[in-house]
Structures are given as structure tokens and as C-alpha cells.
Design a protein around this ligand. Structure first.
Ligand code: 5GP
Ligand code: SF4
Ligand code: MG
Length: 462
């Protein structure tokens, strides 16, 4: 998912609209915007894409100086608008809206505890816990001195954050303030920007670019930031050695022009292509990226190898991300709608085709046969990340273990299934070498080493 927040600007809803539009790649199932005018909170939520789903009429129902927004791609809970965000809840602190990116791993446990206290959940998404827990208890750790402005709200927020386990980058919107937090592992990104007197928060820095805002800094893992008319206050709620920032954000999920986790996505993603080239001794005529996700690693690979990069596959830009379609059938159709071979560069060539990741293997199979039909003499598939061997419990919708092709077949069998002349993945060490400090990253879906135990199913649907 993608989240956005802005405090202290006229017509905050418009900034939220464009800010969340810039994060469309992080989720296409639903979009929502909530706005506060200091008196009341109004919400609009729709299924579908930002530009298509939110109408000018919807926008007229929103007006205020504080806004949050969300684009969703489901990791837990039912599909459809019931779980679209922002979630809004009447709490003992008044109405509170919430946007959450991540996935909580102890949903069932907490749900049961809340019900014992007579606190109900109305949705099926883990995110609702972050709101419902506000009515449970209070907690202020000893190392924290609360600013007088924060003595009512924050003990409740701190309690909620201390009970949930797993991944959360989250923005709470109260009538007069935003409270922003990131889990102690820092699984999902969250950045702070500035635009004149306004403060902005977004999953990726590309959101600030579109609004002409400046990237200021990242929300730190374990940090809670409050912003209201009195100013900005930061609390380091959790302090832990171990970080687990999602390396898959660099592999696939984030836009290449974004800055997050202390680095430029483009730089890290290109380094993956370079590392892959260094591990590879194939001889070929051209390097062909699978658009768009293979493009940046292919640039690194091509430059490192000295083999020219050619656009052997052309993308139709009117089709969304294929992987995000919820069923296999829809994904299949979308791949063919989306990618077309370019015979002009493929005919008679030995082709190295580069993609960012291999998950189910169905995309690559289609691509390889498409390249052959368009005249490629040899097709060598190169993947700029290691085999995906495990599901993600922290907010990326990787399939179940059984659906992951690397769990079903050996590398040789995968190569045969896909129909490539050869297949090579970037090694895990190679991938880890592309980030500044690999020990600060989660790579569980590649390594099988999970930083937080998975306590329950959190209503996973696939
Ligand atoms: P496959 O056919 O192997 O399942 O699909 C691999 C393609 O899906 C790659 O081109 C990659 O860009 C994309 N992909 C890999 N992981 C994810 C993911 O978690 N979410 C989305 N939306 N796409 C993914
Ligand atoms: Fe990211 Fe993979 Fe870890 Fe999930 S398991 S947080 S996708 S690195
Ligand atoms: Mg792709």
C-alpha cells in the first residue's frame, strides 16, 4: 500500500489527491482520502485507480487543512471497498482516521483480547486494530517525557503501537493533528517532506516531487511524530538494535526515482544489475529489459557487461501492473495486453532478458516464448534478485509457499518450464551487497529468515 499525509495547508484534499496519485504503483485496488477542517473529518473511499475513481464531485465533499490518503493492494482482509482506507472510527478521543502500510502478525490474538474488553472490530483488516486499541489502555514508557500537548492522546497511541506486532508505517489523523509512526524494525518506508508551512508524509519521496515539496528526512524506525498547530514533536518510542527494512522495496516495489531507507532506489536497483552481470559469464548480442520492472537492473547489467541494451519488449502504457490483478487468469491476459515484442531488434539475436524478480514464473514463460516467436535465436533469462522462497508477512502480497515456483521446482526444472536457453538469479550475497548495510534489511522472502514470528493468519486470502 501507499500512504500520504499533509498538515497545515489550504485545500489539503487536493494535495492528498496528487500526493497519493504519485504512489499509485503501490496499490490499485482502492483509494481513499480523509480531510479534517478541525471540526469534523470527512472521508471518500473508492475501489479502483486514483484518477478514475475519485471524481470532482467527490472532491467537493472534502475541504480542510489536514488530510491523509491511501492506495490499497490487499495483503490481509477481504478484497473490496469495505477494507479500503482511510479507516474512520469514533473513539474516546473523538473521531480518528487512519492509513496503514504494512501487515500485522498478531491480529487474531489482539482481536480476541479486544473482544474480551467489549471493544468491537467492524472490518476484517488488521489495520483496524491500530484504531480499536486506542480505546483499550494507556502506556508511556519510562524513557519518554511527554510534552503537555500530548498527555491525552499519546498514551493511547503508544499503547496501540506497543501491542501490535509486525510491520506498520501509519498515519493517524485526529481533528486537529497528525500522529505518524513506524514500527521498530522499519519494515516499510515513510518519509517527511516540507512545503512552505506545511508538513508532509509519504511512503516514497516521489510523492513530494509532484507537489514541489522538499524531502526533509525519514520517519525513523520506532519513532512517533506529532504535528499540530503548536509544532512538531518527535518521540523515540522503541529503540532496538535490529532493523528489518524491506529489501524488496528496492528490488521491485518502489518507484526508481524515490529515495527511501537512506538510499536512492535507482542506485540500489542498478547495482543489482551490475552484481548480476559480475556473477554471469554468458555471451550474448543484446540485453533486453522486461518493462518496467526490469529496466533499471538491465541498465546496470548492460553497462557492466558492455553488451548493448535494446528495447526488445515494448510496453503498452494503458495497462496497470500485471502482478497486482487478484486472479491468475486476469494476470495472464494482462501480460499479453501489456508487453509486445520488437522484432526489429530481436531477429537472429542472442538475447539476455532481464527481470527484477521471478515469483510464480508465469510472466517469464510468456515473455520467453514471445521473444522466440519474434525471431530471437537464444533467450537467456536473468533475474536481478534471488529465488523467492517464502511469503511475506510484512505487507507485500507474495503468494503462498505452494504457489512460489522456486518451491515447486529445481532451477533446471524452472528453466525448462519457462523455456529459456539458460536461467540465472542474482545470489543472496550479491543482493545483500547492493545495500549499505545488509544487516539492517529484511530479506526473508529470499532467505527464509524471518525477523518477526508470524503469530496468526491475519486473514490472508491468498
Ligand atoms: P511471475 O510470473 O514470476 O509471477 O512474475 C514476475 C513479475 O511480477 C516480475 O516482472 C515482477 O516485476 C512482478 N512482481 C514480482 N513480485 C511482485 C509483487 O510482490 N507484487 C507485484 N505487484 N508484482 C510483483
Ligand atoms: Fe520485504 Fe520480503 Fe521481508 Fe516481506 S519478506 S518485508 S517482501 S524482504
Ligand atoms: Mg515486472
Amino acid at each position: 500500500c501507499g500512504i500520504f499525509g499533509i498538515f497545515n495547508v489550504e485545500q489539503a484534499q487536493k494535495y492528498a489527491f496528487y500526493g497519493i496519485y504519485a504512489l499509485q504503483h503501490r496499490g490499485q485496488e482502492s483509494v481513499g482520502i480523509a480531510v479534517s477542517d478541525y471540526e469534523k473529518i470527512n472521508v471518500v473511499k473508492k475501489t479502483g485507480l486514483v484518477l478514475e475513481s475519485i471524481s470532482p464531485k467527490d472532491m467537493e465533499t472534502l475541504n480542510g487543512n489536514i488530510a491523509i490518503a491511501h492506495v490499497r493492494y490487499s495483503t490481509a482482509g477481504d478484497l473490496g471497498s469495505a477494507n479500503a482506507q482511510p479507516l474512520l472510527r469514533k473513539t474516546s478521543l473523538g473521531p480518528v482516521a487512519l492509513v496503514h502500510n504494512g501487515n500485522l502478525v498478531n491480529y487474531n490474538t489482539l482481536k480476541a483480547q479486544l473482544q474480551e474488553k467489549g471493544i468491537n472490530l467492524y472490518h476484517t483488516s488488521d489495520s483496524e486494530l491500530l484504531l480499536a486499541l486506542l480505546d483499550a489502555e494507556e502506556y508511556v514508557p519510562e524513557h519518554i517525557r511527554l510534552h503537555p500537548e500530548d498527555t491525552t492522546l499519546l498514551p493511547k497511541v503508544f499503547y496501540a503501537l506497543s501491542k501490535v506486532k509486525g510491520a506498520y508505517s501509519v498515519i493517524y489523523m485526529f481533528k486537529d493533528r497528525l500522529v505518524v509512526a513506524r514500527d521498530a524494525f522499519g519494515f516499510r518506508p515513510l518519509l517527511v517532506g516540507r512545503l512552505k508551512n506545511a508538513l508532509l508524509f509519504a511512503s516514497e519521496s516521489c510523492s513530494f516531487d509532484i507537489l514541489g515539496a522538499q524531502l526533509w528526512r525519514e520517519v525513523k524506525p520506532g519513532e512517533v511524530i506529532v504535528v499540530d498547530k503548536k509544532g512538531i514533536r518527535s518521540y523515540q518510542l522503541f529503540q532496538q538494535e535490529k532493523k528489518a527494512m524491506c529489501i524488496f522495496e528496492f528490488v521491485y516495489f518502489s518507484k526508481p526515482e524515490s529515495y527511501l531507507f537512506g538510499d536512492w532506489v535507482y542506485k540500489v536497483r542498478k547495482a543489482m544489475g551490475i552484481a548480476l552481470a559480475k556473477e554471469d559469464d554468458i555471451i550474448a548480442d543484446i540485453v533486453v529489459p522486461v518493462p518496467d520492472s526490469g529496466l533499471v537492473p538491465a541498465i546496470g547489467y548492460s553497462q557492466q557487461k558492455g553488451i548493448p541494451l535494446e528495447l526488445g519488449i515494448i510496453r503498452n502504457h494503458y495497462v496497470g501492473r500485471s502482478f497486482i490483478e487478484p486472479t491468475q487468469e486476469l494476470r495472464d491476459i494482462k501480460v499479453l495486453m501489456k508487453l509486445n515484442p520488437n522484432r526489429a531488434v530481436l531477429e537472429g539475436k542472442r538475447v539476455v532478458v532481464i527481470d527484477d524478480s521471478l515469483v510464480r514464473g508465469t510472466t517469464s514463460k510468456k515473455i520467453v516464448s514471445m521473444l522466440r516467436r519474434a525471431g530471437a535465436k537464444e533467450v537467456h533469462l536473468r533475474i536481478a534478485s534471488p529465488p523467492v522462497v517464502g511469503p511475506c508477512y510484512y505487507g507485500i502480497d507474495t503468494p503462498t509457499k505452494e504457489e512460489l515456483i522456486a518451491n515447486r521446482f529445481t532451477k533446471e526444472e524452472i528453466q525448462k518450464f519457462i523455456g529459456a536457453d539458460s536461467l540465472k538469479y542474482l545470489s543472496l550475497e550479491g543482493l545483500r551487497g547492493c545495500v549499505k548495510d545488509a544487516n539492517e534489511f529484511c530479506d526473508a522472502c529470499f532467505s527464509g529468515v524471518y525477523p518477526v514470528a508470524y503469530e496468526d493468519t491475519a486473514l490472508r486470502i491468498r
